[in-house]
Design a protein around this ligand. Structure first.
Ligand code: ATP
Ligand code: MG
Length: 384
């Protein structure tokens, strides 16, 4: 008898001819995540199995596996040689502190001498005799004991299902450039896009010395915190102070934020091209602040046309975003009180419905191309 972890994947089944490719990427992601841990991983007749690990490492392994996009669920299981008496004996050792249960037998091995439904009843009887307070319930059960008799001569017995991250394997949807601020939203936006298979490269604008070294560290920490899901992140750190000072000096204050965001996008499009990213990702959310009205986002969109902007949180409630940020473990870092560059020079009355022509007129007071070139030449790259 051997302890193993069985892995299940979901949507990959839908991918027709591409399925092999998706599966290959998923397998390589699993191997990468388990690297350094003493365990074995293999695929056998439609099952992924992690085995030969130290019991002490089980929870670490499970924690890592639950964060791999493409896996839907996993189960701790025991693997035994298919032998009817061995199965009976193992089942008779199980103890439960729930009220109801059912047994489900699947029999891929048609040489097994007893039919599934008959064997289910027999095993149920054994469990009842050892756990007299338990009741059978075929529909609303607290625990399902699955006995999976495979063609390989092995039987897997499992009782629990742990949910994994779902989605598509990381790396199957190209790379996206995540505009990562120190807030709650942008790390969640990166997580959501990685859930659909997109790898993440980060871009952060800082306004040193108006923003502190701690604000920069906070963004690096956030990039590290999403990396169990999104993979290791290369983070571009772009200085934004001079640009903000110039806008502040030359443009009407109500357009400050709009122009800042348009310049951020222009820079992002250039960085995306440099880093081979096919999309820009932001944590914007309809109606959250003045720069996130449909009019503001439209004016931002017109700042560049080379790279599409993905806003995966556009229709979320803040409460829902916070829930995800807690679940993925970024919330506590996000709420640390360090200034973000957007809060420096914040105007009292930003335009809520900016008009493109007016914004362009204000912008024409700046030597934008030069400012962008200078900022890009000072970008620093950090491997998080
Ligand atoms: P967040 O919680 O992600 O900071 P927010 O609600 O504070 O978002 P804004 O400050 O308007 O909203 O930013 C909207 C989006 O613009 C952010 O989600 C992020 O993608 C991007 N952004 C804002 N500030 C920066 C920055 N300093 N560097 C990189 N991207 C930024
Ligand atoms: Mg912010």
């Amino acid at each position: 008898m051997k302890r193993v972890i069985l892995l299940r994947f979901g949507e990959l089944y839908l991918k027709g001819k591409n399925r092999n490719y998706f599966e290959k990427v998923l397998i390589s992601n699993i191997k990468l995540n388990l690297k350094g841990l003493n365990c074995d991983f293999y695929r056998s007749t439609g099952r992924y199995i992690v085995t030969d690990y130290d019991e002490m490492d089980e929870s670490i392994i499970i924690d890592k596996l639950t964060k791999i996009f493409g896996l839907v669920s996993l189960s701790k299981a025991v693997e035994i040689k298919t032998d009817i008496n061995d199965i009976r004996e193992y089942i008779s050792t199980l103890k439960f502190d729930v009220e109801t249960f059912r047994v489900s037998v699947t029999r891929a091995d048609k040489n097994f001498p007893v039919q599934s439904n008959i064997f289910e009843r027999e095993l149920g009887g054994i469990i009842l005799s050892k756990n007299p307070k338990l009741k059978v319930s075929l529909k609303n059960f607290d625990t399902e004991i699955i006995v999976d008799i495979r063609e390989s001569g092995k039987t897997y017995i499992l009782t629990d299902k742990i949910q994994c991250a779902g989605g598509m394997p990381l790396g199957t949807a190209g790379k996206g450039l995540l505009l990562l601020s120190g807030g709650i939203d942008s790390p969640v936006a990166g997580y959501m896009m990685s859930k659909r298979g997109m790898s993440i490269v980060g871009l952060h604008f800082h306004s040193f010395p108006y923003t502190s070294e701690l604000a920069k560290q906070k963004v690096i920490t956030l990039a590290k915190e999403i990396s169990p899901y999104c993979g290791k992140i290369r983070l571009y750190m772009c200085p934004f102070t001079e640009i903000q000072e110039e806008i502040h000096k030359h443009c009407a204050p109500e357009f400050m934020i709009t122009i800042m965001r348009r310049i951020m996008m222009k820079i992002a499009a250039k960085v995306a091209a440099m880093a081979n990213c096919k999309a820009i990702i932001t944590g914007e959310n309809l109606g959250q602040v003045a720069s996130q009205t449909v009019e503001s986002m439209t004016v931002t969109n017109f700042s560049q046309t080379e790279v599409p902007i993905f806003r995966p949180l556009i229709a979320f409630d803040k409460k829902e975003i916070i829930e995800i940020s807690r679940q993925i473990g970024t919330y506590d870092t996000s709420i640390l009180p360090y200034e973000d560059c957007c809060t420096v020079f914040l105007p009292k009355n930003p335009v809520i419905k900016p008009k493109l022509e007016k914004v362009q007129k204000e912008e024409s007071k700046l030597d934008i191309e030069n400012l962008i070139q200078t900022a890009i030449s000072k970008i620093e790259l950090i491997e998080c």
